[in-house]
Each structure stands twice: as C-alpha cells, then as structure tokens.
Design a protein around this ligand. Sequence first.
Ligand code: NAP
Length: 243
Amino acid sequence: MINHAKIALVTGASKGIGAAIAHELAGDGFHLWLNYRSDHQAAESLAEEIRSKGGACTLLPFDVADPAAVSSALEPLLAEQTPFVLVNNAGFARDGILALMSPSDWTDVLSVHLNGFFNVTRLVVARMLKKRQGRIINIVSTSGESGVGGQVNYSAAKAGLIGATRSLAAEVGRRNILVNAVSPGFITTEMTADLPVDQLLPMIPLGRFGKPEEVSGLVGFLCSDRATYITGQVFAVNGGVHI
Ligand code: NAP
C-alpha cells in the first residue's frame, strides 16, 4: 500500500541490510530518513536510486552512539514530523576471544548497538507515544540468541537488544506502538566479507549465506498494515540455523 504521509527512519542504511530495508520501505511508499555514519558516497548513491524510482529520501549522517549528535540531527526534524517506522539497524562487530578483547572493542560494540538503540529510540518513541501509533524494528542477530565463540561483545549487545525489544513492546503496546526484532543469520554484506564462508556453510541448512533483500522483506511486512497484531517477537531469518 502506498502511503506518502508516512516516514521511516532507518539507521545504518548506507549499505548492506539497512540499504535493502531502505529500498523495501521506499517501495512501500515511505519517505525515508536515511541515517549512516561515514560513507557519504554510498548513502548519496542510494538516495539517488530511491529518488529515481519516485521515492523520497532525506540523508541524516550521524553516529548513533553519540547522544549529542543524535539529538542535534533528530530533534529539529521531530519537532515537525513523527516517523511511523523506526528501524534500529546501525552496527558493526569487532570479533575476538574475550581473554584478549580490548576494553574499547567491548565498549564500542555495546555502544553502537545498545546506546545507539537508546539514543535514537527514546527521542522517536516519545513522539510516537503522542501520535499513538508506530512500528519499531530492531535488527538483532542469531549470535545474540545462540551465542557464538569470538563474539562475546556482539552477542551480549544483541541479546541486550532482544531484551529491550520485549520490554519496550510491553511498555508501549497500549499506545498502538508495535516493537519487534528481526534476527538475521549470515547475510552477505561488508560486515561478513572476511568470514571463512566454506567453514560456515555446513552450519546452514539452506547451504548458503542470505541476501540483504531476504531480510528486508520481513521488515517491510512488519511495517505494513498486514502486521497489526504482532509485537514483542523475535523473527529469525537465518537459513535454518539452529538456535
Ligand atoms: P554493513 O554492511 O557493514 O553496514 C553497516 C551500516 O551501519 C553502514 O551503513 C554503516 O554506516 C552503519 N553504521 C555503523 N556504525 C554506525 C554508527 N555508529 N552510527 C550510524 N551508522 C552506523 O553491515 P550489515 O551486515 O548490513 O549489518 C546491519 C545490521 O545487521 C547490524 O546491526 C548487524 O549487527 C546486523 N546483522 C548483520 C548480519 C550479517 O550477517 N551481515 C547478521 C546478523 C545481524 P557507514 O558505513 O556509512 O559508516
């Protein structure tokens, strides 16, 4: 359904899964508020692509982990308009065994996923509460559900985000704000470019990595008017990996 009145804020959308979500939601008629951190070229070419298909897109470069940057980018926009959709997708991994993990690899990973969620969501949900409508989708990970050696920081962050998803869903459901998590397995993006694919494929019943578009379709559904009674859930998109 095309609905030009609705805005979708997607964090970490210059590439990978976030870019696929941006395409999906633009195709569904949302005006995109497209956040990213540093890759201006990728973000600008994505915005051009969306506009060339008739979509609307506003670029918002800021670091989700920096509360002052988040406030100065979003508060002026939120004073005028309220997104119907927020997708918390920005993130990265810094893998390594815990015994050798530096304090910054621990705090940076928790910061981008958990503080990033907090910094952006607290501003947006305050507006959604006034409007009595909204959809929040948090992109988590199989790693936060099953645990993966070498990813204690990342698993802790994503497991924390799953807890936040369930608690926020309980907190805002009465105001018709639906909060869910989408949990990808191995998806082909820059983030997974250096992984040893051949060693990992035997763990995946479908025998391949997923594509970003195989994640974004579910996000589009959860943001649509066909998903009005789903909240507090975690949906795996992982090719059948056992959790
Ligand atoms: P990606 O291709 O590396 O893209 C990451 C995006 O996040 C980029 O747009 C990047 O922006 C942005 N970003 C990173 N740090 C940011 C920050 N501090 N503030 C704002 N934006 C920031 O990664 P991806 O694979 O698409 O991952 C997207 C999400 O899916 C992440 O939350 C990740 O944990 C999750 N996930 C991925 C997989 C997978 O297999 N790929 C599996 C499970 C979950 P710039 O490049 O412009 O700086």
